[in-house]
Design a protein around this ligand. Structure first.
Ligand SMILES: [Zn+2]
Length: 130
């Protein structure tokens, strides 16, 4: 049975962000390149998401909480989160992942609340290690 996908608010994410076991997955498509992003987030665009799930598992090794978001977290974010959850179940592959979550209100809500955004063009984003 696929684990359920739960929601996390921006303030919860902000307070947890320095937690080393959290991975933030941005599933927006082109918007990421011009809208900025959450520092340290990984980019797995929704249009190729299904094909990239094996590399996503590699990328989140050692993380126990995976937080997905898109622009609003209404369509692409929850869809990719559910797909990833089902994939883990099908593969009988849990890779230590305990929580699959979606960031409420997505990137747009995060930015609109004045939370820190990163505008680097590094792939992957190295995040704010300061
Ligand atoms: Zn960045």
């Amino acid at each position: 049975m696929a684990r359920s996908v739960t929601y996390m608010t921006g303030s919860q994410l902000l307070s947890l962000k320095r937690h080393p076991n959290i991975a933030v997955i941005d599933v927006r498509d082109d918007e990421r390149s011009y809208d900025g992003h959450i520092a340290g987030s990984l980019h797995f665009a929704s249009d190729t998401f299904s094909d990239k799930m094996p590399s996503l598992i590699q990328a989140v090794q050692g993380k126990d909480t995976i937080v997905f978001h898109c622009a609003l977290s209404q369509v692409r974010g929850p869809k990719c989160a559910r797909r990833f959850s089902e994939y883990l179940t099908e593969m009988k592959e849990h890779a230590g992942i305990k929580n699959i979550m979606v960031l409420e209100r997505g990137y747009n809500g995060w930015e609109a609340s004045g939370r820190p955004v990163c505008r680097c063009s590094d792939i992957p984003c190295k995040g704010d290690s300061s």
